[in-house]
Write a protein that binds this ligand. Structure first.
Ligand SMILES: [Mg+2]
Length: 236
């Protein structure tokens, strides 16, 4: 009965998407002199981002390359080198942003670490994720940390194998239905969805989980320890 508790990191433990949001606004400002009437710069960027995922993966580096590619595309190749440099700086600043924990994260993680082994499962650039884990001050609460290239059913199945986890004893907490919740519930685990204020369009899904008995939604991490205690109590 719930032996492992796993957490997503970006927008579950600390703010992340807001930095992408800010970067997109700065990207649009740099691009504005080049933007033809009727062309929506962010739509072009999103399309290129999704197309680039299989080649460059999740994270800031792939996002930076997509911004540059979108700028070249939208300007019909006219954007000048110094503007491209500004876009590179936007990406660099994203990598050096401060780590801000979300509300109730510190006390919740601390409290759950006393009763369960905790796992952190995050996708994105390896260096960036390591920097954030280190900067969060939460490193020592996690028994294991997995930085993966994607979070699909295959990824979770491989982790269950690696740690010899029975999916029924695994509960995943995260802000993304697509990456954190659906695949885990499909495999027989438990999912607690904690939505972030902004969700990247790529991470939203319309469907509901196949097994709603194992699906929960919380506004923030505060009530998580009592929710888990309740799940365990009911299973007895
Ligand atoms: Mg996330």
């Amino acid at each position: 009965m719930i032996q492992w508790i796993a957490f997503d990191a970006d927008d579950t433990l600390w703010h992340s998407e807001c930095y992408y949001h800010d970067a997109q606004q700065r990207f649009l400002e740099i691009l504005s002199p080049y933007l033809p009437d009727g062309v929506r710069g962010l739509d072009v960027l999103h399309e290129i981002e999704i197309r680039n995922l299989p080649d460059f993966g999740y994270g800031i580096k792939g996002f930076g390359i997509s911004m540059i590619e979108a700028a070249i595309h939208v300007s019909g190749g006219q954007i000048i080198g110094s503007e491209i440099q500004k876009i590179v700086e936007v990406a660099r600043e994203m990598i050096h942003h401060e780590i801000r924990l979300l509300d109730h994260v510190q006390e919740t993680v601390e409290s759950l670490a006393a009763s369960h082994p905790l796992m952190l499962i995050t996708k994105g650039d390896l260096m960036d994720q390591e920097r954030k884990i280190q900067g969060s001050g939460l490193r020592n609460y996690f028994q294991s940390i997995e930085i993966v290239s994607d979070k699909t059913a295959l990824t979770y199945r491989a982790l269950f194998q690696k740690y010899q986890i029975n999916p029924e004893a695994f509960l995943m907490v995260g802000n993304s239905m697509r990456s954190d919740i659906m695949p885990v519930i499909d495999l027989g685990g438990w999912g607690v969805h904690v939505p972030y204020t902004i969700t990247w369009a790529h991470e939203t899904v319309q469907e509901k989980p196949a097994n709603p008995d194992r699906f929960f939604e919380l506004e923030h991490l505060g009530p998580l320890p009592s929710l888990i205690a309740e799940i365990i109590r009911q299973a007895r």
